[in-house]
Write a protein that binds this ligand. Structure first.
Ligand code: BES
Ligand code: ZN
Length: 635
């Protein structure tokens, strides 16, 4: 069905709004409009105008068709509008079939031209309207969705679907006001094939229903990027009274063993920064194409299976996603320019949970690996002329937010909080953070709003001498960063020196080394290693055959850098099965540095690309110039 035509005037108004929205970004902080949770600021990545009409609740009624790879149904919104005559939704690559009032009366609407933000949908509403329904369907262009064939799953029996909303992809599967500063509650009715289970970022079933119908409730207001759905042959296993693991039947036991500490993590987190407000905390372990390590969907973290190392050594990732239940899901970056408020706080919180559970040395190693990442990222951005992206407060106007989301938000953000902790003392800093989460619970947060609070509650009363402005608004790594130290890493460096000086690998003292030590060792191998030297390492430590994804990933990167062909079969299989972007990017980047590597990269990518999620495809397409290179004439 064609959209009903709007007058030209309204269209012009829409387009005008979109462009002036960009210009005004950061300039104004509109007042709090709701009594409760909506702190509205100009968001350059959403066309919604919450100050006119904002969604407060969503009732979703959808059918998931695994064969035609389509979601279709209705979305009914409860609106709050100050007598506005229109409401604007974000949509991207959606088929909009109709928009109507509860009594069935059709409403006029218009979709504007597709651009960076998708196609904003403007609906004309009567002044007293408080509800409307959109009938819609997803299309092949829905970048939030990855539809997997049975072959792409672990058990190889049934198809699988999962969504990824952050940053601005929810609008590709639900028409929504897709700004992290806008929150709403939701209910969902989801129909899936009878032999599959559906789970969401909401109350979840623990077993299959007879008819493939599932109902969900999220009664806490959340931003759109935290809407999430997965459908597949999914089983559940409890880990603790309010924690558990969902995964394919062939993975669920392994996953529950690996993540056995989840309940303790929740307890540790609560002790630090107050009650866990989301009732249950479960983790869904996805098939390997999941483009991230983890995604903090409320009540149900989505995670990559590459954290299943077999020795519980990679569970800091769960601490990280759990920490988002406070930093991110409770107090939320109001725009993607404030992304460091989500990730920097979460990295800080994650390390505190890990310190509680696994000790100071563990947390220090994590912090040092993070610092190495930060240094690497800043050097890369500087070299590319993108030093502006090394600031905590970003300006992503006119860009896909995904392009500005780097380790800077995570690790420089962490380092800033660590600097504040050091200046204030841990006790005062913890009290400050706890107060912050309580005070701003279920609200959006801008960098400026945070800095006002920080100033009033910590900097002024404690007379802290920290150059906050430099940390937040200037590029690069401030000199007063508190450098972590680690005895465990000092040992690694000592043994690495011995190896460099000719001691064979088998004579190195690597007893009781943990994963982080191996990562540190491998990250610091010298350049230009011969096959003989690489073989010495691999024959002794079996890196190529390691089941630890973090170790394999950095080992394979070294193999590419040293053109160690013996590992290329493993490289090929790793790159074709794993879709986690953090692993893919450095490997492809290393490959394209030489002509030989470039050819190999192209070959592998050709086979691997169909297995990757759209998020990873976009990054690697860019990196490899895939669109030009894959011209049908040349391939
Ligand atoms: N929220 C992020 C994932 C994300 C970031 C998705 C930006 C889309 C856009 C998640 O919490 C995260 O940070 N994941 C990390 C793991 C973590 C241990 C650093 C990842 O996926 O590697
Ligand atoms: Zn995170």
């Amino acid at each position: 069905m064609q959209p009903q035509a709007l007058g030209l005037g309204s269209l012009v108004a829409i387009l005008l709004f979109v462009s002036c929205g960009s210009e005004q970004e950061g300039a104004s902080t509109a007042p709090v409009t709701g009594p409760d949770t909506n702190f509205h600021v100009m968001d350059p990545h959403s066309a919604a105008r919450p100050e006119e009409a904002v969604i407060q609740h969503l009732d979703l009624d959808i059918r998931v068709d695994m064969d035609s790879e389509r979601i279709a149904g209705t979305a009914t919104y409860t609106l709050k509008s100050g007598h506005a005559d229109q409401v604007i939704f974000d949509t991207d690559s959606l088929d909009i079939e109709s928009v109507e009032l509860p009594d069935g009366k059709p409403l006029e609407y218009a979709l504007s031209h597709a651009g960076l933000l998708g196609s904003p949908l403007t609906v004309q509403i009567p002044k007293d309207a408080d509800k409307l329904t959109i009938r819609y369907a997803t299309t092949k262009g829905a970048r939030a969705l990855q539809w997997l064939s049975p072959r792409q799953t672990h058990d190889k029996q049934k198809p699988f679907l999962f969504t990824q909303g952050e940053a601005i992809l929810t609008r590709t599967w639900i028409p929504i006001q897709d700004s992290p500063g806008i929150r709403f509650t939701y209910n969902a009715h989801v129909q899936v094939p009878k032999d599959l289970l559906a789970v969401m970022s909401a109350t979840n079933p623990q077993e299959r229903s007879a008819d493939g119908k599932y109902s969900f409730t999220m009664d806490k207001p959340i931003p759109a990027y935290l809407m999430a759905l997965a459908v597949g042959d999914i089983a559940f296993k409890p880990v603790g009274p309010r924690t558990g693991v969902y995964a394919e039947p062939g993975v669920v036991d392994t996953a529950a063993w690996e993540l056995a500490d989840m309940e303790h993590m929740v307890e540790a987190a609560e002790k630090l920064y107050g009650p866990y407000r989301w009732d249950r905390y479960d983790v869904l372990v996805l098939p390997p194409s999941f483009p991230f390590g983890g995604m903090e969907n409320p009540r149900l973290t989505f995670a990559t299976p590459t954290i299943l190392a077999g020795d519980r050594s990679l569970t800091a990732l769960v601490a990280h996603e759990l920490a988002h239940s406070w930093s991110g899901n409770l107090v939320t970056n109001a725009t993607w320019n404030d992304f460091w408020l989500n990730e920097g706080f979460t990295v800080y919180f994650e390390k505190r949970i890990c310190e509680q559970l696994y000790g100071k040395e563990y947390a220090s190693m994590l912090a040092l690996l993070g610092y190495q990442d930060l240094k690497g990222t800043v050097a890369k951005l500087d070299a590319a002329g993108d030093s502006a992206d090394t600031r905590l407060k970003l300006d992503l106007t006119g860009r896909d937010p995904d392009d500005g989301m780097t380790d800077v938000a995570y690790e420089k953000g962490y380092s800033f909080l660590k600097r504040l902790e050091t200046a204030a003392g841990r006790e005062k800093f913890d009290a400050f953070l706890r107060g912050y989460f309580d005070h701003f619970a279920f609200q959006g947060m801008t960098t400026e709003r945070f800095l006002d609070y920080l100033n009033a509650k910590l900097i002024q009363p404690e007379h802290l001498q920290v150059d906050v402005h430099q940390w937040v608004y200037e590029p690069g790594i401030p000199k007063d960063l508190v450098m972590p130290t680690s005895d465990a890493f000092a040992k690694v460096e000592h043994e690495l020196d011995r190896w460099k000086n000719g001691t064979p690998a088998r004579d190195l003292d690597t007893r009781d080394w943990v994963t982080f030590q191996w990562m540190h060792f491998l990250r610091h191998l010298p350049e230009g290693l011969s096959d003989k030297k690489m073989d010495d390492l691999d024959n002794t430590f079996q890196f190529t055959r390691s089941g630890n994804s973090e170790v394999v990933a950095v080992w394979l990167e070294q193999c590419v850098k040293n053109d160690h062909e013996q590992a290329y079969d493993r490289l090929d299989s790793f790159l074709t099965t794993v879709g986690r972007r953090k692993f893919l990017t450095p490997l492809y980047e290393a490959l394209i540095k030489t002509e030989k590597g470039k050819a190999l990269a192209m070959n592998i990518y050709k086979a691997a690309r169909p297995n990757y999620h759209a998020v990873s495809v976009r990054t690697i397409d860019d990196l490899l110039n895939w669109k030009q290179m894959s011209d049908p004439v040349t391939l």
